[in-house]
Design a protein around this ligand. Structure first.
Ligand code: BTN
Length: 305
């Protein structure tokens, strides 16, 4: 049965009807234990104890699961959080077979990247979710600064950009009941030591990797450890309602402010405008061509010039 569960975690649509029926018989707690056990086994090159040995956090990453291959760390995080795991648990995978990006896009996750999800139980309402997303972008940017990247920038809401190319994406997903958030899953994908040449044509020209920018390989353990520490620090600021400070850090590294953009909001609302800044709720403030102002809280925002 363990093998079937491994297949279920890693391969999309490869499970036979018979196996699905068998899996349905497995008690959810047994299922959870097996998933946890797999996430605690020895992996190829990302080792949980190498991240943990110098990790200076109070709760973020104290509970670490490292998989060799899963469909999506966000999916594992969602499953485990729905079945009770500690606040601040981190799920890492050396590669992902069906990782998700924002707006339903596919996220390339070969060996060599830092693909992880953090489970949070933040006790906040929905209105604060955009700020958690922005705060995560700041934590990634600070991490990259610490490992030697000169000027990482943040494209709203939280793509991390180096020399006009994307190096990291963040997918925040909330598990909510009524207007209260039960859990937030923060998925972070950093192109650390991946070969961008293997990426699909349509994103190759807009993507970069830390290895390419630094001219040397990055130690994924160090990268993940520093990120978890930066994430906890900014999380503490968030918990103490230091929202203005978070926004200040974001604005300092903004790639979007002062640029002409094409905005694509949900339900196909599409327009061009000039980015004036971000509001205190974390929305992008746009001056449209006709002079009216718009606040964009979700959607795509592509830079035109
Ligand atoms: C984006 O579109 O920019 C967001 C990409 C987020 C990718 C990460 S990798 C770890 C986690 N697991 C997923 O399936 N997605 C996120």
């Amino acid at each position: 049965m363990k093998e079937e569960i491994v297949n279920l975690l890693t391969k999309e649509n490869k499970i036979s009807e018979k196996t699905i029926d068998e899996l349905k018989q497995v008690d959810i707690n047994d299922f959870k234990s097996i998933v946890e056990e797999i996430g605690k086994q020895e992996t190829e090159y990302i080792k949980a104890d190498k991240i943990a040995e110098n990790l200076n956090t109070k709760y973020i990453g104290k509970n670490l699961y490292v998989f060799h291959e899963v469909q999506s760390t966000n999916n594992i995080a969602k499953f485990l959080s729905a079945n009770g795991i500690a606040d601040g648990s981190v799920i890492i995978s050396e590669k992902q077979t069906a990782a998700r990006g924002r707006s339903g896009k596919v996220w390339n996750s070969p060996l060599g990247g830092a693909w992880l999800s953090i489970v949070l139980n933040p006790h906040v309402d929905h209105s604060k979710l955009p700020l958690i997303t922005l705060a995560t972008g700041v934590a990634v940017a600070k991490t990259l600064e610490k490992i030697g990247i000169k000027n990482p920038e943040i494209k709203w809401p939280n793509d991390i950009i180096i020399n006009d190319k994307k190096v990291c994406g963040i997918l925040t997903e909330a598990v909510a009941k009524f207007n209260t958030i039960e859990n937030v899953i923060i998925g972070v994908g950093i192109d650390a030591n991946v070969d961008i040449e293997t990426f699909p044509e349509e994103i190759k020209d807009y993507s970069t990797a830390l290895e390419k920018e630094l001219g040397r390989k990055v130690d994924e353990h160090e990268l993940i450890r520093i990120f978890l520490e930066e994430f906890e620090k900014i999380g503490e600021l968030f918990d103490n309602e230091g929202y203005e400070e978070i926004l200040k850090e974001w604005r300092k590294r903004s790639y979007s402010i002062g640029k002409i953009v094409e905005v694509k909001e949900p339900f196909n609302k599409c327009y061009d405008g000039y980015v004036l800044g971000i509001s205190k709720e974390g929305a992008l403030v746009i001056e449209k061509i006709d002079g009216t102002l718009e606040k964009v809280i979700s959607g795509e925002c592509n830079i035109k010039k």
